[in-house]
Write a protein that binds this ligand. Structure first.
Ligand code: SF4
Length: 437
């Protein structure tokens, strides 16, 4: 088999790590963007909500259209796992189907040219991966699966129960990546603040912080996907005490109205959530990110307005808004009083506009600040502008900064941390002058 591989990773950063594991197993292949001449095409799909499912299926079908005669087309990941029987019957264009259990056996599947769905959900533990998208940053998976039962979410139905990696496995992976020059890490999972709770350890993340801090060469880190009811003030204090973990707080709230939170089976409630959020906000240089769902069954105008008012007042740095997606196997799917698609879309637009204003306010506050940033490379905007991110920011999702000046007329090193002054907010992007004197 000659060896040109075209691989597409859809969905979340957890899926990206699994894609990188597949790339790690296929290092004998030459990576190519040229889908028409690829010998093997792999799509690691997302099966979370309708929009993501549609994108995954369309991606697979359009690659089938483009591919050459004797190539192999592989459909992997969450969509494939969730709808394996239907897809294998209805999508004959695909040669090999696999789900979320065989990422580290992809090489065998290609040789056997057979579909395979192992019962176990794959969790990286020492598998070599090809980190993509950066020379200094890598996502690190903490666990797979989830023990929460949020009403709108189908993930536990195909990713299973919470299964945490042990600390040694994570530390070994980070140590290995540090030797390759990586120093900035984002720790991800479905529910990070429940890390190690499946092993009856309540403060897993605090243990993680202590362990990662012992690794020479780790300069910067953040934790994504905190879950309100398993996030404690003690944890937030440990993050704040850390010299490596930023005061970066990503805690999807999904709603703020108490009745709706109960209906969503996220019954932590407004008061306790606010206690956590206000504490996060009170910490120095804190960055608070969250997400909300609009249009969940039985969401009244009043509940929606309460959420809008809350978002307007709290001052989040970044917020995602999701339109409710009616997912079979979830408890919300069987609820009455569903909201119409028109109303859901109108609410997403309204909250989206409020969120844009919050983001602009957060960015505006940075103008004039001395910050630390990392140069990623030439911007897509203009050859004279370099693209950078603040060290506290997570890659891609929190935006970029255009570096348009420096204090010394010398080339800047990509992937290096620099001190800089934020000079202006141009549209939705900050500009900065790097201090390289
Ligand atoms: S925490 Fe809730 S939304 Fe997130 S994966 Fe678990 S069940 Fe789904």
């Amino acid at each position: 088999m000659s060896n040109k591989l075209h691989i597409v990773s859809l969905g979340c950063t957890k899926n990206l790590v699994d894609t990188e594991v597949m790339m790690g197993k296929l290092q004998n292949f030459e990576l190519t963007d040229d889908k028409e001449n690829a010998d093997v095409i792999i799509v690691n799909t997302c099966g979370f909500i309708d929009a993501a499912k549609e994108e995954s299926l369309n991606t697979v079908l359009s690659l089938h259209e483009a591919r050459k005669e004797d190539s192999l087309l592989v459909m992997a990941g969450c969509l494939s796992e969730r709808y394996k029987d239907d897809l294998m019957e209805q999508v004959p264009e695909v040669d090999i189907f696999t789900g979320v259990g065989d990422y580290d056996r992809i090489d065998e599947l290609l040789i056997e040219k057979k579909s395979r769905f192992s019962d176990e959900v794959f969790l990286i533990d020492g598998a070599e991966r090809v980190v993509t998208g950066s020379t200094y940053h890598a996502y690190i998976k903490l666990s797979e699966g989830c023990n929460q039962t949020c009403s709108f979410c189908a993930i536990p139905s195909f990713k299973g129960k919470l299964n945490s990696r042990n600390l040694d496995s994570i530390a070994k992976e980070v140590e290995g990546l540090v030797t390759k020059g990586y120093y900035d890490f984002s720790f991800v999972s479905q529910d990070s603040s429940s890390y190690l709770r499946d092993q009856n350890i309540k403060d897993g993340l605090s243990l993680l912080i202590q362990r990662i801090e012992l690794i020479d060469g780790v300069k910067s880190a953040r934790i994504l996907y905190l879950y309100p009811s398993t996030t404690t003030i003690a944890l937030l204090k440990n993050i704040a005490k850390s010299n490596i973990f930023h005061n970066y707080f990503d805690m999807p709230m999904q709603h703020i109205n108490d009745d709706m939170l109960r209906m969503m089976k996220r019954g932590f409630g407004k008061v306790k959530s606010l206690e956590l959020l206000n504490f996060m906000r009170s910490l120095p240089n804190s960055f608070v990110r969250t997400s909300f769902i609009v249009g969940h069954p039985q969401e009244t105008d009043a509940m929606f307005e309460e959420m809008c008012a809350f978002v307007k007042d709290f001052g989040f740095d970044r917020v995602n808004v999701f339109a409710y997606s009616d997912e079979e196997t979830t408890s919300a799917f069987d609820m009455k009083d569903k909201i119409t698609a028109e109303v859901i879309s109108a609410r997403a637009d309204i909250l989206g506009a409020i969120i844009d204003e919050c983001t602009q306010e957060s960015l505006q506050k940075e103008v004039g600040q001395e910050v630390e940033l990392i140069i990623d490379g030439e911007s897509d905007e203009h050859a004279y502008l370099l693209s950078a991110k603040r060290t506290i920011w997570a890659p891609e999702i929190d935006g970029e900064i255009y570096v348009n000046d420096r204090t010394k007329d010398e080339d800047l090193v990509y992937g290096k941390i620099y001190k800089a002054k934020v000079t202006e907010l141009v549209g939705k992007v900050l500009t900065a002058t790097v201090d390289n004197a």
